[in-house]
Ligand binder design. Structure first.
Ligand SMILES: NC(=O)c1ccc[n+]([C@@H]2O[C@H](COP(=O)([O-])OP(=O)(O)OC[C@H]3O[C@@H](n4cnc5c(N)ncnc54)[C@H](OP(=O)(O)O)[C@@H]3O)[C@@H](O)[C@H]2O)c1
Length: 149
């Protein structure tokens, strides 16, 4: 339990499992493993989607408990198809939200400072921008790349 929540990290990359636990996740699901997704059916009050790709969203609606919510902050390229019946029968919701206002962002930074929460970054010299892009495109970035001037 983290802050009263039981947190599950979803990732396509099993190499991130140990890191997800270090960062506070209680459980890890390989989102490319159909069996692992089936096993978490009816499990979550909230799923927060940060992906920028089209997925089979019905599986994620199925992974919600009754009255659960699938919330989008990641911008997926295409429309999100959803069957009405599982939403109606389970009283489930789909929703989204943008970045916070300057006030909300300031509150978030205060919260992060108070609890010692810092981003995980990798530094590259600006002259290594091509190497940094290759590293990013290979899915190896952990987790944000910062270019040093
Ligand atoms: N709501 C807002 O106000 C707001 C603000 C900023 C950004 N965004 C949006 O948020 C999204 C994420 O941005 P980001 O900078 O965090 O991108 P990012 O670093 O590329 O992260 C996206 C993650 O999605 C996962 N992913 C990528 N392709 C996938 C696929 N085919 N299937 C399943 N998972 C996949 C990957 O995680 P794994 O490697 O762990 O699988 C990847 O690390 C973008 O769409 C961006 O436009 C929204």
């Amino acid at each position: 339990m983290r802050g009263g929540c039981d947190v599950t990290a979803f990732s396509t990359n099993p190499d991130k499992e140990a890191e997800a636990h270090e960062l506070g996740a209680n459980h890890f699901v390989n989102s490319r493993d159909p069996k692992a997704l089936e096993q978490v059916a009816n499990s979550f009050d909230l799923i927060l989607s940060t992906v920028n790709a089209d997925l089979d969203w019905g599986i994620y609606v199925n992974a919600l408990r009754p009255k659960g919510r699938l919330h989008f902050v990641g911008v997926v390229p295409n429309a999100i198809p959803a069957q009405a019946f599982p939403l109606i029968a389970g009283q489930k919701s789909l929703s989204g939200s943008p970045l916070g206002s300057p006030t909300t962002t300031a509150k978030m930074l205060d919260f992060a400072a108070r609890h010692g929460i810092a981003p995980v970054t990798e530094m590259f010299e600006f002259s290594q921008v091509n190497e940094a892009l290759e590293h990013l495109e290979a899915g190896k970035a952990r987790y944000r790349i910062v270019l040093k001037p």
